[in-house]
Design a binder for this molecule. Structure first.
Ligand code: FAD
Ligand code: FES
Ligand code: FES
Length: 488
C-alpha cells in the first residue's frame, strides 16, 4: 500500500504525503505551489477559467486533456502529469504557439478567461488532427469569455492548432511517457488514517474490500458532481474512495451485440463506442457539459447519482441497458430502469458500487431517437430529455421503449404511451394522437427554474411527434436545426 500521491509537474515527480481528501487541484496550484496563472471563476466547472491540461497514458500513448482544476480533487491526479499556463513558455525564447496566436489575433481583453482558454487550446494543439471551426467550438464550449468575443479566439485556434505539435512538451514526450509509466505501480493508494483519507484502490477486489469496511465513504469517479459538494455546498467529505486507478474498471468492450462500459470510463473514452450504436447516442453524450466535464465525468457517476435530470439514464433505459452492482465479492445485475426507485433513492445497499453497464445495440428492425432540451445548446443541464426505441416492420410498431428525464422524480419509462403505440401504423399520423395524449397519464412534471410543468409536457409531446415523424419517414419539414444526424 502506497501512502503518498505522486504526479508529474514540469518534468519532475512530485510526492505529497500530507494531502487532505477534499483539497482541490486548483487550491493546490494557487495556494500551495503559488502557480497563480490558473484562475478561479465559478468554482463549479462551468466557466473554464481554471482549465489545466492533464497528461495520462491511454493505450500506451501520452494524451492531454483539458480539465477543470476547481472540481478535481488533488488525489485524483496520482499517476498523471499536470500542465498549467505558468508552464507553457518556460525554457523557451518566446510564448507558446497558442499564446502567440492569441496575441496576434487580439484574443484577450481583461484576460481573466485567457489562461483557461489557452490551456483548452493547448490540448487541441496536441491532438493529431488539424482543428476546424466545429472542433474548436466543441473544445471551447466550457470556456466562457465575457469581453473579447469568440471570433478572435477561434481565429487564433485555427492558425495555431494545425495537428502538428512542436513545443517543449512534444520534445519531452518520451521522457514524460517513461515517468508516467513508472508511476503506474499497481499499488493501492491510501493517504490519511481510518477517520480521514483519500484512497485510490488499484484493483476491483481492493475497492470492494475497502468500501465494505468504510460504507460511509464517498465514491468518486470523475468528481464532476462530488467536486461541487465541496466547493459549493461546502460539505466536508472525510473519506474518499477514488475509482480512477482501479484496473479494468474503465473497460469499454464491444461484444458484437452489446457495448459494456466500466464504471470509471469517462464520457470522452466511451464516446466512440457509443457512437457505433446510433448517432443520436453520440449527440446526447457530446452535449453533456463541456469537453472538460466529459474528460472527467463518467456514465457510472451519471447513473449512480440518481438525478432525475441526468442525460444518460433515459437514453440507456430506452436501449434496455443492464446495470452490474458489486458488494464484496458478490455481483448482481438489474435492469437499469429498476435502479431508480424514487427521488434520491436507488436500488443500492451500503458498501455496494456500480461496476459496469451493458448496453444492447440496435437490431436491424429498431430505430432510436433521442433529444435533449436545454436553455443553452452546450454546457447546460436538461429541462427534459427523451429517448425512443421503436421496433417496427413494414411501418407497424411491434415494441416501443420510451424514457424521459426531467419529467418525474426519476428517469422514467412512458409505459402507457408505449402500450398505445404497439400495433400502430407509423404512416398514419392520425393514430399518433392517442399516444401523444397518453403522455399525460405517464407524467405529471413539475415547474422549476429550468422549465415550467406546462412547458415540459408540451416539449415531451413535441419530441414524441418528432420521433414518430423521423421514424415513419413521412415527408415533413426539417426536424433538425443542428445535430449529427443531419450531417449523415
Ligand atoms: C459544468 C457541469 C456541466 C454538467 N452538465 C451535465 C449535463 O449536461 N448532463 C448531465 O447529465 N450531467 C451534467 N453534469 C453532471 C455530471 O457531470 C454528471 O452527472 C457526471 O456523469 C457525473 O459523473 P462523475 O464521474 O463525475 O461522478 P462523481 O461526481 O464522481 O460521482 C457522482 C455520484 O455518483 C457516485 N458514484 C460515482 N461512481 C460510482 C460508482 N461506480 N458506484 C457507486 N457510486 C458512484 C458518487 O458517490 C456520487 O454520489 C454537469 C456537471 C458540471 C460540473
Ligand atoms: S473556476 Fe469556473 S470552471 Fe473552474
Ligand atoms: S478576455 Fe475578459 S472574459 Fe475573456
Amino acid at each position: 500500500m502506497r501512502q503518498n500521491i505522486k504526479f508529474v509537474r514540469d518534468g519532475k515527480t512530485v510526492e505529497l504525503t500530507n494531502v487532505d481528501p477534499n483539497e482541490t487541484l486548483l487550491d493546490y496550484l494557487r495556494l500551495t505551489e503559488g502557480s497563480c496563472g490558473t484562475k478561479e471563476g465559478c468554482g463549479e466547472g462551468d466557466c473554464g477559467a481554471c482549465t489545466v491540461a492533464v497528461g495520462s497514458i491511454q493505450d500506451g500513448q501520452l494524451e492531454y486533456q483539458a480539465v477543470n482544476s476547481c472540481i478535481q480533487l488533488l488525489g485524483m491526479l496520482d499517476g498523471k502529469e499536470v500542465i498549467t499556463v505558468d508552464d507553457l513558455s518556460k525554457g523557451q525564447d518566446g510564448l507558446h504557439p497558442v499564446q502567440d496566436a492569441m496575441l496576434k489575433h487580439h484574443g484577450s481583453q481583461c484576460g481573466f478567461c485567457t489562461p483557461g482558454i489557452v490551456m483548452s487550446l493547448f490540448t487541441l494543439y496536441h491532438t493529431e488532427k488539424a482543428a476546424d471551426r466545429n472542433s474548436i467550438n466543441n473544445q471551447l464550449a466550457g470556456n466562457l469569455c465575457r469581453c473579447t468575443g469568440y471570433r478572435p479566439i477561434i481565429d487564433a485556434a485555427l492558425e495555431s492548432c494545425t495537428g502538428s505539435a512542436e513545443d517543449r512538451f512534444s520534445e519531452s514526450l518520451e521522457a514524460t511517457t517513461a515517468l508516467l509509466k513508472k508511476l503506474d505501480d499497481g499499488e493501492d493508494l491510501f493517504v490519511g488514517d481510518e477517520e480521514r483519507f483519500f484512497a485510490a484502490p488499484a484493483s476491483i477486489s481492493s475497492l470492494a474490500q475497502l468500501y465494505e469496511t468504510h460504507t460511509d465513504a464517498i465514491i468518486v469517479a470523475g468528481a464532476t458532481d462530488v467536486g461541487l459538494w465541496i466547493t459549493k455546498q461546502l460539505r466536508d467529505l472525510p473519506k474518499i474512495i477514488h475509482l480512477g486507478r482501479v484496473k479494468c474498471l474503465d473497460l469499454i468492450k464491444d461484444n458484437g451485440d452489446e457495448i459494456i462500459i466500466g464504471a470509471s470510463a469517462t464520457y470522452a473514452q466511451a464516446l466512440d463506442s457509443l457512437t457505433s450504436i446510433d448517432p443520436d447516442v453520440a449527440e446526447v453524450i457530446r452535449r453533456i457539459g463541456s469537453t472538460q466535464v466529459r474528460a472527467s465525468g463518467t456514465i457510472g457517476g451519471n447513473i449512480a447519482n440518481g438525478s432525475p435530470i441526468g442525460d444518460s439514464p433515459p437514453l440507456l433505459i430506452a436501449l434496455d441497458a443492464k446495470l452490474t452492482l458489486q458488494k464484496g465479492n458478490k455481483t448482481r445485475e438489474i435492469d437499469l430502469e429498476d435502479f431508480f426507485v424514487d427521488y434520491g433513492k436507488q436500488d443500492r445497499v451500503a458498501g455496494e458500487f456500480v461496476s459496469q453497464v451493458r448496453i444492447p445495440k440496435l437490431a436491424p428492425s429498431q430505430t432510436l431517437r433521442s433529444y435533449k432540451i436545454s436553455k443553452r445548446f452546450d454546457q447546460d443541464i436538461s429541462a427534459a430529455l427523451a429517448a425512443f426505441r421503436f421496433t417496427h416492420d413494414n411501418g407497424i410498431i411491434s415494441e416501443a421503449r420510451i424514457a424521459y428525464g426531467g419529467m418525474a422524480a426519476t428517469p422514467k419509462r412512458a409505459t402507457e404511451t408505449e402500450k398505445t403505440l404497439v400495433g400502430m401504423d407509423l404512416n398514419n399520423s392520425n393514430d399518433w394522437q392517442k399516444a401523444i395524449a397518453a403522455l399525460e397519464l405517464d407524467f405529471k412534471p413539475m415547474s422549476d427554474m429550468r422549465a415550467s410543468a406546462e412547458y415540459r409536457m408540451d416539449a415531451a409531446k413535441g419530441l414524441l411527434i418528432k420521433a414518430l415523424h423521423e421514424t415513419s419517414g413521412i415527408p415533413t419539414t426539417n426536424t433538425r436545426v443542428i445535430g449529427i444526424r443531419e450531417a449523415v
